[in-house]
Design a protein around this ligand. Structure first.
Ligand code: GLU
Length: 311
């Protein structure tokens, strides 16, 4: 059961922030720090805080990883409201959203392999990395041939027929950002639902109106905002948080040594001292080792100072 929404003073139900790990491995301190920021910006604005596990690709799911991520989040003091939403349980909702778009003529089948996409001729000025539109306007006779040629249990991918090529979103850390909107994949050829669709459907389902996440996802945001507009759900507010980097300025990763709570514990570093590092990196009170000590301290403006250098 989902807990009842708290009410704001004007009687409107509070919205929600969220954190949504992909269960690909243990969270490192940079990921945990982003989760803390998401939790703070939600709680400090009177919102609920929701948790979601982004386990769309069930074939690649590794048992126990999500449970360890959730345990680490709880261990550093993050709490959340209501049930955890598991994307692996949500395929009917993604199918329903896709059906809604299909009915409006906004979905088409795509038979392209990665290589065909990379090698396809592109219109001049088409944005780098965008889908070149190969399958967008194929006649049905060709579609039948291409469907038959897929083989290997593959189905056609489903793509959105986008009617714009770019969109501007407002980000609380980065300001106005204009980015590419192309014919995004809604369902991959191997049947896996696409991240961009799932995020929009799930944020709406969880009442999320504040998306705080790593800066690496900023470039996908115009596509997600466009999908939200098409599906008739309000765009959430966005804050994309600078990432943690190593001394060489590269994204923090396993190669950087003890970066997860488990690695740190093996070296004799307690969870409390790991939290103290996160607190210090966010300008918390000297020596504080609880995320509560950061209440009221972190704002989107305070995050503009750039990446957290972890060494
Ligand atoms: N699951 C995604 C990740 O871990 C984040 C998705 C999101 O926050 O929208 O990178």
């Amino acid at each position: 059961m989902t807990s009842p929404s708290p009410q704001l003073s004007d009687g409107q139900p509070a919205g929600a922030g969220r954190y949504a790990p992909s269960p690909s491995g243990d969270l490192h301190l940079g990921n945990l720090r982003t989760a803390v920021i998401a939790w703070l910006l939600a709680r400090d604005s009177g919102r609920q805080f929701r948790m979601r596990v982004d386990d769309l690709d069930t074939a690649r799911a590794r048992p126990g990883v999500a449970q360890r991520q959730l345990a680490d989040l709880a261990a550093i003091g993050i709490d959340w409201d209501g049930d955890i939403l598991w994307q692996s349980q949500r395929f009917d909702a993604y199918a329903a959203a896709t059906a809604q778009l299909t009915q409006r003529g906004l979905v088409y089948e795509c038979y392209c392999s990665r290589r065909e996409i990379a090698e396809a001729p592109r219109a001049p000025h088409s944005p780098p990395g965008s889908y070149p539109g190969t399958c967008r306007d194929l006649p049905e006779s060709i579609r039948e041939q291409r469907r038959a040629a897929l083989g290997n249990g593959r189905t056609p991918a489903l793509r959105l027929r986008a009617e714009v090529t770019e969109l501007t979103i407002t980000d609380q850390v980065h300001g106005d950002c204009t980015g590419v909107v192309d014919d995004v994949v809604l369902r991959r050829g191997d049947g896996v639902w696409a991240y961009n669709l799932a995020v929009v459907v799930d944020d709406a389902a969880q009442g999320v109106d504040q998306v705080v996440r790593g800066e690496d996802l900023l470039s996908s945001t115009p596509r997600q905002a466009y999908l939200a507009d098409l599906l008739g759900v309000a765009r959430p507010e966005y804050a994309h948080v600078p990432l943690a980097v190593n001394a060489a300025g590269e994204r923090l990763a396993k190669r950087d040594g003890a970066v997860t709570l488990a690695d740190l514990a093996e070296e004799g570093t307690t969870t409390r001292s790991a939290v103290a590092r996160i607190v210090a990196s966010l300008g918390g009170p000297d020596g504080a080792d609880s995320i509560e000590s950061l209440r009221g301290v972190v704002t989107p403006e305070s995050l503009r100072s750039g990446p957290w250098v972890f060494d």
